[in-house]
Write a protein that binds this ligand. Sequence first.
Ligand code: ATP
Length: 236
Amino acid sequence: MSILSVSGATVHYDAILAVSDVSVTVPKGAIVTILGANGAGKSSLLNAVMGVVPAEGRFRFRDRDLAGLGAETRVAAGISLVPEKRELFTTMTVEDNLRLGRFRLRRAGSPEPMLREMFALFPRLQERRRQLAGTLSGGERQMLAMARALMGEPELLMLDEPSLGLAPLIVREILGTAARLRDNGTSILLVEQNARAALAIADYGYVLENGSVMLEGEPAALQADRRVIESYLGMR
Ligand code: ATP
């Protein structure tokens, strides 16, 4: 069963065609990655699913048509986006950022069990729970942005370039956590420029070029594709 099904997605910014007739499916409990160079349209596609940029095409989440629904309704339905810029509340503590992530489920009772779960998942955040988010390192910020999204217990977690600007060891840690989340049932749509790292954990992948899907397939097939090797994996 698919949790997200996008068909014919198109995003324009005035005269710029950022996404053109893109179809993407995220099966339940899978990691699907969208690869592509700068400007390929990856963020625009995630933003279209989130409802923060206007888009044409069909967007279905579980069995619900998202047409006409604003971002807030989509969040309430169980979609969460961790944007590329992380967008934390920098003058608030780590813990308060996490508590705010619970907003969607504020009527669902105490945030404490989920807070404990996040600290178990990201022990560094527990050590820094009273520290202001603005003083965290890049990797810790990414962990906090992911944990804050998870506080809302989304069914579909969209990550926009979580590895951006991070050291290889931290990238491995963050993507390893994404794989564990998938193993526990969260469906993930992962946008990455780091094709090697993304394909190592993904169940399926799409390659976007100039707003269109140039290629799609299982990670093993993509890793073996000459075009992917040349353009995204580097010569070895
Ligand atoms: P990056 O990895 O650099 O973020 P991307 O694959 O995520 O790239 P997008 O950010 O979706 O690509 O951008 C796709 C195209 O749309 C680019 O040509 C970009 O300049 C353009 N674009 C993105 N956002 C806007 C905007 N708000 N207004 C105008 N053009 C935009």
